[in-house]
Design a protein around this ligand. Sequence first.
Ligand code: PFF
Length: 463
Amino acid sequence: MEKPKRENFSSGIAVFFATLGSALGLGNMWKFPYLVGNNGGGAFLFVYLICVFLLGIPVMISEFFIGRHTRKNAIGAFTELKANPFWKCIGYMGILSSLFIMFFYTDVAGWVYSYVFRGIKGDFNILSSLESTKAANTTQSIFLNTTGAGNSAINPMIWQLIVLVVVSLIIIAGVKKGIEKVTKTLLPILFILVIICDIRALTLQGSKEGLNFLFNPDFSKLNGSSIMTAMGLAFFKLSLGMGTMITYASYFTNDNNLMRTPIKVALSDIMVSLLAGIAIFPVVFSFGMKPEGSGMGLLFTTVPLIFMKLPFGNLLLIAFFFLTAIAATTALISLLEVPVAFLSEELKINRTKSVIIISSIVLIVGILTVHPGSLFGNAMIGSRNLFDFYDFLTSNILMPLGGFLIALFVGYVVNKNTLYQTLSNNGTLNIAVSFKLYQFVIRYITPILVLLVFLNSLQIITF
Ligand code: PFF
């Protein structure tokens, strides 16, 4: 039933890199470290890993099935499967999630872009002549200036605009030329750079404490909200529960192994997050910072300190933020692709126009709401400003809910034979055992686990 008329990725390796390109991003370098820091370290990491294996991988396999079997966007896919229209809510919620995420993600990506620029200007050179505490304070104030919290919000707004222009141009170039080329060439270099950071961080004085914090679980630090955060991070990290992977899989080659690719992607993604953590936490302890109090700035306040006394430190710093910018950009490409595929395929608006429409919405809402000092920059919803609210709503509510529904849909609604045929590439792969395991998890474990975490966070049950 597969209709290879649309543009496709050209090979299995391109599929792997594009999917990894969506997963890798600010989630690894920015979010993972600060959430681990805020939620007490090792115990949080432990729960996060459980979520990746029991929620993330099964949901990714399910999204891959829906996307490649139908070769449609996240809404059209459910029409193609002749499902009850109710299930299209997964796609509509996905479009909402992608917009909400882009509102703040483009802002943070802008901070990263601006760090490349600052590096080139030499803003960090001063660090090498300062002693630890002063250097740590300086990175803190550079960070505040970057986000607009320390002065005016115009700069971060301009960077947000630049990010959106770059992403739009790549995506207008199309699936093969744009997404494939960028991800395949540049992601491996990022990997090498993070390893250089690790080597440096491990030779710092506080490295042992940093590693202890990251890898020694202290379960007393876990509570309902940190468990929910770990679950949300697993969905956010692997770009799940919102149709991104449905959309990407619709461009996959027919021979891709839909059960193996998620495992490879998840393991590579975990590895990059851990390597980022191993680079950052030793610095936190060695420079007398506090992991709990460092918040969103953790990446930006620690990484310059890693490089400050190294030969060619500034050059390495520029390369590091440049590659992080690339990772953020490839993740953004996949975020933008969700609404763009919908507009162009369901509403028949041409691709370029669709990109411009969505980018403009993201830019306008983003600029007006996420910067301190902008029109709604200080507005609060409950105890959260809009930046935090978008983040909370997507990671902790919409994406897990989407994952829950996808699990129910594929576990209970989809014809088992169809599922088997697609996942086994029409019987050419031997997946008898893994298919049974997957079916069990997607029917009984994934939905129940998401439900438990939700009920727990609403304090209906406690654990
Ligand atoms: N996975 C990306 C990251 O960790 O940075 C963020 C992301 C990309 C979330 C694409 C959702 C998505 F659809």
